[in-house]
Design a protein around this ligand. Structure first.
Ligand code: ZN
Length: 276
């Protein structure tokens, strides 16, 4: 077992590595430190030759409330993984580089880990929370799970890893984004966004059952299957769509900066609270 401040990695059963978010007192809100620890945990799990499947779980009532708006982590203190740079540059440059590194860069990296990954999800998944669920290959959630990306209220298009149309289909993606509403586990299942919905008290056991079942197959077969599906998504334009939306996301941030001297529309938080 390896333990970080906000993340834990263990081996619950043969062939399975499990990463757990351990910031339950903050509903697993993600600061840069948590994302950096998560990346180290994914690397360790990926390099573990005993582990064929990686499960991403979370302690507490909620999988993740999204990005920590009070994040005080200095990105320059972290071991960055991409080739992004000039994080402290003025204007759009520095902030765009930080989001490219910590959000889109990490999500895309985890999405391409060459072994199956399963998100084990309970409670609320809000905005940045989806950015941990969607890069995973399969999603097992409990009946109480809900999924939302309300950040259009902040004057941007959605969260940074913009795969919404691929995850839930174009119609439901627009519904989620325009209204900011949370979709239920049942809607998520119907739209193909989650793989299984189970009772809350069976979430862990059902996820482990699925992971163990998958782990009986040869590693390289699983890797090739994953890569083939991902290649199909890429042929449909997934990576280009993410990059295109990321550019528009930063038009939103910079629009807000010009109007409000803030990356987000300050009125958005009240809109979201009123509808919660
Ligand atoms: Zn952003």
């Amino acid at each position: 077992m390896t333990e970080w401040d906000r993340v834990r990695l263990d081996d619950p059963t043969d062939g399975v590595a499990r990463i757990t978010l351990t910031r339950a007192d903050r509903a697993n809100a993600q600061d840069y430190q948590m994302l950096s620890e998560l990346n180290e945990a994914f690397d360790e799990a990926a390099r573990n030759t005993e582990a064929k499947v990686i499960v991403l779980a979370a302690e507490g009532n909620h999988f993740s409330a999204g990005h920590d708006l009070n994040d005080r982590t200095d990105i320059n203190d972290l071991a960055t993984i991409g080739t992004q740079c000039h994080f402290d540059a003025d204007g759009a440059e520095g902030y765009m580089a930080r989001e490219a590194e910590m959000y889109v860069g990490l999500c895309w990296r985890w999405r391409n880990i060459p072994k199956p990954t399963i998100a084990q999800v309970q409670g609320k998944v809000i905005a940045g929370g989806l950015m941990l669920v969607w890069p995973m290959d399969m999603v097992v959630c409990s009946e109480d799970a809900t999924f939302s990306d309300p950040v259009v209220a902040f004057g941007v298009n959605g969260h940074e890893y913009f795969t919404h149309p691929f995850e839930v289909g174009a119609r439901l993606a627009k519904d989620m984004l325009f209204t900011g509403r949370a979709i239920t586990a049942e809607e998520a299942l119907r739209s193909g966004m989650v793989s299984r919905v189970v009772p809350r008290d069976e979430l862990e056991s059902e996820t482990m059952k699925l992971a163990t079942h998958i782990a009986r197959r040869p590693m390289f077969g699983l890797t090739l299957a994953k890569q083939s599906v991902n290649n199909a998504l890429d042929a449909m334009g997934m990576y280009t769509a993410i990059q295109s939306a990321f550019g528009l996301h930063h038009v939103g941030h910079n629009h807000n900066m010009r109007l409000y001297d803030s990356l987000v529309d300050p009125a958005g938080i009240q809109v979201i609270r009123d509808e919660a």
